[in-house]
Design a protein around this ligand. Structure first.
Ligand SMILES: [Zn+2]
Length: 253
């Protein structure tokens, strides 16, 4: 019988860790990596990036929820933070202040590192995923546009409301060596603000919400039903890959 017990999965930029918890519940050994955990998880520090890269060398699945703040299309400047990038200025608007430039630079360091990790996993045939809002300017970066044309990579669009959230939040998932991730595609096609899934109005993610937090921040954690389905698909994909290895003698790491 095939088992994935003790196979390692890593959730990078884990935030709430909902996906990691779901992966653990289906039998993976999980490492959560997020700057909120400790200074040794801060990927702006080169030594920490090296540590994580070594860990990823042993994993069977990795997920990267790349921080989307500086890429966000929700930053419109009205009663909130202004845009730091546009489609014409993907690496930062010319008018940025010194602190905004630093914010963009740090985000660029994290994104470049995540891309490096994805490329290494891709070379080894290890399934991995990258997540950002569908409207995020991250998807406009040349690397991601180039990814889209490769047969082992697909872009999936899903809506958080289809997994029980009050907000629609159209989300993009780039899946590498993970064809089963296509099962996560589930879009709310509502045109009148009434959710296809719940028949209730979508909560708008603009301005300040409960507890004085931005709605965009409140809506960051992945809905648990999405994570449950996601983890099941990772499990199935890992098992399929294991069968392929046995049948073909192919080994990806
Ligand atoms: Zn909906």
């Amino acid at each position: 019988m095939l088992t994935i017990r003790m196979h390692l999965a890593v959730e990078v930029f884990a935030g709430s860790g909902h996906l990691g918890a779901a992966l653990a519940s289906v039998g993976f050994q999980v490492i959560l990596w997020d700057v909120e955990l400790s200074e040794s998880h801060d990927l702006l520090i080169a030594h920490n990036r090296l540590c994580l890269m070594r860990i990823l060398g042993a994993c069977k699945f990795a997920h990267f929820g790349i921080p989307c703040v500086t890429y966000s299309a929700a930053r419109r400047g009205l009663n909130g933070p202004r845009a730091l990038r546009t489609a014409a200025h993907l690496y930062g608007l010319p008018s940025l202040s010194a602190s905004e430039k630093m914010q963009v630079h740090e985000a660029d360091v994290l994104t470049s590192f995540a891309i490096k990790c994805v490329n290494r996993l891709r070379t080894r045939g290890v399934p991995c995923t990258v997540e950002n809002p569908h409207t995020s300017l991250l998807w406009r970066l040349p690397t991601f546009l180039n990814y889209m044309v490769h047969p082992e990579i697909r872009y999936i669009r899903t809506s958080f409301c289809m997994f029980g959230a009050r907000w629609r939040k159209q989300t993009g998932i780039l899946a590498v060596h993970f064809p089963l991730a296509g099962e996560l595609a589930s879009e709310c096609t509502s045109l009148n603000g009434i959710c296809c899934y719940s028949d209730l109005p979508h909560q708008r993610l603009a301005g300040i919400g409960p507890g004085g937090m931005w709605w965009t921040r409140i809506a960051q954690p992945y809905p648990i039903p999405l994570c449950t389905e996601f983890a099941q698909l990772v499990l199935q994909q890992t098992q399929q890959n294991k069968i392929a290895e046995k049948l073909c003698g192919w080994k990806s790491w």
